[in-house]
Design a protein around this ligand. Structure first.
Ligand code: C2O
Ligand code: CU
Length: 685
């Protein structure tokens, strides 16, 4: 046992980016001094406004409660009446059938109002945090990092009133929540809404349907999600249970990234110069790097457990740019769910988790009383010669309750794989299988109506005289099928819903424009330079879709990519290494128990195939969940058309959507789609 306690060589080590911090701090101090007086006034005004709004909100709550109450009462009366009638007439067969029919109908009505409605107040504000010997102001929700947890039952609806009291325009996204027919509250900026400006507020209506397990929410504007995120816990619907014995308790574990400087500013600069974005200074578990890091002794979060009990760990990877390993010293965990869907339980000494993914794992507290580190560190898939990465081992402590003399240091997990351990990462990912039980069936579409092959690639935008700061003096970029997405000045959803032309084109290609050896070390020059535009893929309602994502080694930058789709979950029917083989690879597809996810890790120099039914009308973003790739354009948009009835169509927009503050007259530009059809941006005055 003694050797496991050695944590030599595993200290938290981190590096500061050159000179950036000092310069930035000086600039910030000056700005802060100037802003001081204005801030005070703003704060008072903000407080008053908030108080007024809370009073109003309470009133609204009362109103909606009474409405719900009345609906319940009405339904009860209907059921009673039907029951009475039924009793009287039940001898006559025909009427009995009719009675059953009405009962079923009223059952449907009941289920429509069955879910509870919850209200949350989210106040976005700059707040000071000290980590790794550095104090920084971060934009967070309700003063906490990570932000508040949302806890619901399956099928509930949540109203989140967001007050932006920060100085950055943001939106919020409910990652993994399908939001049937309700893209208006999905959140990605310039895709489904314009950002909530400082001083403004917006109420999201988050509609839960089939999700059950752990999901999360985060900001969806630039890199603000780094500090603006939190967990969503979806419990089984009342009257139903977990597909495993009820755990004795649960614990949310959110992985985050810490930067010693204002990451949004630095990234904005890097996007201008074309340079690579910086790596984080440390990883965090529930907002803390843990005991191993400088100035952090004693900061590690503690999870108290009773011997013999079983706990459900609800794990979210909210870091910005990397996959992670996670393990608990001396304890195996049993993975039972992922991305809000159940999995066949499988027991493992560690997990691998990509940004965007969430996992439900059971931990049995069955070891000797003591303190054990829970630790996470980077699993990276870039070239082994890339030496600049965040090397921290972020830790939290699993601590048994009871009387015992504890060791000086908790035990560090010897089972935690290291940086380049591809084999461990692969073994874990291949263990993921859907539960595929009668209560949680698998419904993979077998007849495919739309099939796409999408090349996921790094790129460069050529700079005159190679004066930019990326590879070869050009700007770093990235793409899907060689299209690098450009945000339009108003959101695509509004443009689509209002039939406004000129903001996007409908020609996102189903296939790449050229075929080459994607994963080789050599590549044609033309595939390194992407087209830039707002190209969307149109889908008919209920289309059955298959997509194969193919990673590339263009610019020798092959890496894994966690591809995330909004508004849906999908089945991952196959993954593999090298160039996809359309003849043989499909033979190995799993249609029996493929995992159902919202974020799939396309392996480095490999491919992944997903399937889903396009049954949720709306405008849905999808993108790589590494924010650096997302910022460089590795994203596109699905528009799923209405199905022809009110129940299969996008809902009416809420009245208070945030305004798009753009000067349209400055934004006139020409769009051409592949048919040669030309659209001019309209001017609005
Ligand atoms: Cu986690 Cu576009 O989302
Ligand atoms: Cu990526």
């Amino acid at each position: 046992m003694e050797e496991n306690r050695s944590i030599g060589g595993l200290e938290c080590s981190w590096r500061k980016p050159d000179g950036r911090k000092a310069a930035e701090e000086a600039a910030e101090e000056t700005a802060a001094a100037q802003a001081g007086q204005k801030e005070k006034t703003k704060a008072v005004a903000g407080q008053l406004r908030q108080e007024a709004e809370i009073v109003e909100e309470n009133k609204r709550k009362e109103d909606s409660d009474t409405i719900e109450h009345q609906v319940d009462k009405l339904l009860l009366q209907i059921v009673k009446k039907i029951t009475k009638e039924g009793e009287r007439e039940s001898r006559k067969m025909g009427q009995l059938l009719e009675f059953l029919e009405i009962l079923i109908l009223s059952g449907i009505l009941l289920s429509m109002v069955q879910g509870d409605v919850h209200h949350y107040e989210f106040v976005l504000k700059e707040t000071n945090f000290t980590r790794l010997c550095t104090t920084r102001s971060l934009l967070v929700v309700n003063g906490s990092l990570p932000g508040p947890e949302i806890r619901v039952h399956k099928g509930d609806t949540v109203h989140v009133n967001v007050y932006n009291q920060g100085n950055y325009s943001v939106t919020l996204h409910w990652h993994g929540v399908k939001q049937p027919r309700n893209p208006w509250s999905d959140g990605p900026e310039y895709i489904t809404q314009c950002p909530i400006q400082p001083g403004k507020n917006f109420t999201y209506e988050v509609i839960f349907s089939t999700e059950e397990g752990t999901l999360w929410w985060h900001a969806h504007s630039d890199w603000t999600r780094n500090s603006v995120h939190g967990a969503i816990v979806v419990l089984p619907a009342p009257g139903t249970t977990f597909p495993f014995p009820e755990p004795d308790g649960d614990e949310v574990i959110v992985f985050g990234s810490w930067y010693d400087y204002d990451i949004n500013k630095v990234v904005a600069d890097d996007l201008k110069t074309g340079a690579d974005t910086p790596t984080s200074d440390s990883y965090l578990i529930n907002g803390q790097p843990g005991d191993l890091c400088n100035c952090s002794k004693g900061s590690a979060r503690r999870m108290l457990v009773d011997h013999g009990k079983t706990y459900l760990l609800r794990i979210v990877n909210a870091v910005m740019n990397v996959d992670l390993f996670f393990a608990v010293a001396e304890h195996n965990v049993t993975v039972v769910g992922m991305d809000g869907n159940y999995l066949k339980p499988f027991t493992t000494p560690y997990i691998t988790i990509s940004p965007g993914q969430s996992m439900d794992v059971l931990l049995v507290a069955n070891q000797s009383l003591g303190r054990y580190y829970m630790a996470t560190r980077q699993y990276d898939s870039v070239r082994p010669d890339v030496l600049i990465y965040d090397k921290t081992n972020a830790t939290a402590i699993l601590e048994y309750r009871g009387n015992y003399t504890s060791q000086a240091d908790p035990i560090f997990p010897s089972s935690l794989p290291t940086y380049l351990d591809f084999v461990s990462a692969d073994n874990f990912i291949h263990g993921l299988r859907s539960l595929a039980s009668p209560e949680h069936p698998v419904n993979v579409p077998l007849n495919i109506s739309t099939s796409m092959f999408i090349v996921v690639s790094m790129n460069q935008i050529i700079c005159p005289n190679q004066t930019c700061a990326g590879i070869n003096g050009n700007k770093l970029a990235s793409s899907l099928n060689n299209i690098s997405l450009v945000n339009p000045p108003i959101d695509v959803l509004l443009a689509y819903y209002r039939n406004m032309s000129g903001f996007y084109t409908k020609d996102f290609p189903d296939y790449p424009s050229s075929y080459y050896n994607y994963t080789a070390d050599e590549f044609p020059f033309n595939v390194t330079v992407p087209l830039q535009g707002t190209k969307v893929k149109m889908l008919n309602y209920n289309e059955t879709v298959e997509i194969t994502f193919q990673g590339t080694n263009v610019l020798r930058t092959s890496e894994s990519h966690p591809m995330h789709l909004h508004g849906y979950s999908f089945y991952v029917v196959g993954t593999g290494y090298g160039d996809f083989d359309p003849e043989n690879d499909p033979k190995g597809y799993n249609f029996i128990d493929p995992p159902e996810l919202n974020t799939v890790s396309v392996p480095k120099n490999g491919w992944a195939t997903i399937r889903f039914v396009a049954s949720n009308p709306g405008v849905w973003y999808w993108h790589c969940h590494f924010d650096r790739h997302l910022s460089w354009g590795m994203s596109t948009i699905f528009i799923v058309k209405n199905g022809g009835s009110p129940e299969t169509s996008v809902r009416e927009p809420p009245a208070n959507m945030p305004h798009c503050e753009v000067s349209f007259t400055n934004r006139i530009q020409e769009f051409k789609d592949s048919s040669g059809e030309e659209n001019k941006l309209k001017t609005f005055d």
